[in-house]
Design a protein around this ligand. Structure first.
Ligand code: HEC
Length: 112
């Protein structure tokens, strides 16, 4: 590979690191700000929804229609936190984010 090839690879790598995927752009900043651990929410969701397909579908609905009644966080949590506001992401962005979320944290489910 020539110099041109190498710099192209570096540019692609760099832009990917800066912009991140849908999950890093649309989920991580607010969770950091609100101090709600995405690992913890994943664990709870994994316990409540069974399997990848169910979990993604359940969370997809919840993120658009958050409600204490359907939340996986439990009553105790809502003594100190309020319910999130409904997501305004497009379905495509939401699905991309949930796929990335699953890929990043699914290993937790294997640590039994
Ligand atoms: C504007 C802030 C904000 C954004 C953006 C946000 N979240 Fe959250 N999220 C919260 C807060 C606050 C809670 C805890 C309260 C609740 O469950 O509603 C939460 C709860 C959750 C839960 C627990 C679900 C449940 O049943 O309570 C999951 C899983 C989750 N978020 C994943 C995501 C993912 C994935 C994204 C990106 C698509 C995202 N969040 C975007 C603030 C946010």
């Amino acid at each position: 590979m020539g110099m041109k090839g190498i710099s192209l690879v570096l540019i692609l790598l760099g832009s990917n690191l800066v912009s991140g995927g849908s999950f890093d752009r649309n989920c991580v900043p607010c969770h950091r700000h609100e101090k709600v651990s995405l690992r913890k929410t994943f664990m709870n969701a994994l316990l409540v929804y069974s399997g990848e397909k169910n979990m993604k579908a359940g969370l997809r609905y919840f993120l658009k229609h958050p409600s204490r009644d359907t939340s996986v966080m439990g009553d105790e949590f809502f003594r100190t936190h309020s319910i999130k506001r409904p997501s305004e992401l497009s379905d495509a962005e939401l699905d991309e984010a949930l796929d990335e979320y699953w890929e990043r944290y699914k290993v937790i489910g294997n640590l039994e």
